[in-house]
Design a binder for this molecule. Structure first.
Ligand code: ZN
Length: 138
């Protein structure tokens, strides 16, 4: 993780925080945003960074279970921030190091969505194709 002061400096220089904005080195980048015009205030929280601090302070309340990283299968291209975290996990190095190594490389491309398999019922020897998306259960 970046030094806390460096992370704060980077985060404060950005106008909007988003999920997977890659503004910190947290594994699961999450930001909260609330605006209340009646009190004239907007509250933003980088939950991921707060969690990281909580984990340092209370590690007994966090559990990490490791599994084999899955290949990207999203319809859109893999976000670089997620790809960097995946490569950091696979290569067991830090996220900043991975950013440097893969700076000019392309993240995995999106995988076209395959056609859905039909749901077929066999009724008195006849195949009946059922579109489950149009079914209503009463
Ligand atoms: Zn964070």
């Amino acid at each position: 993780m970046l030094a806390l002061e460096q992370a704060i400096q980077i985060i404060q220089s950005q106008e909007v925080w988003n999920v997977n904005d890659d503004l910190c080195d947290c594994t699961y980048q999450r930001a909260g945003y609330w605006n209340n015009p009646y009190i004239g205030e907007t509250l933003e929280i980088r939950f991921c960074c707060v969690w990281a601090e909580f984990e340092k302070q209370w590690p007994q309340f966090f559990r990490r279970t490791q599994i084999e990283p899955a290949a990207w299968n999203g319809g859109a291209d893999m976000p670089r921030s997620i790809w960097h975290r995946q490569m950091a996990a696979i290569e067991e190095v830090s996220i900043p190091a991975i950013r440097e190594v893969y700076r000019d490389a392309d993240a995995p491309k999106g995988v076209p969505v395959k056609e859905k398999l039909p749901f077929v019922l066999l009724v008195n020897g006849t195949e009946v194709v059922v579109d489950l998306a149009k079914m209503r259960i009463r």
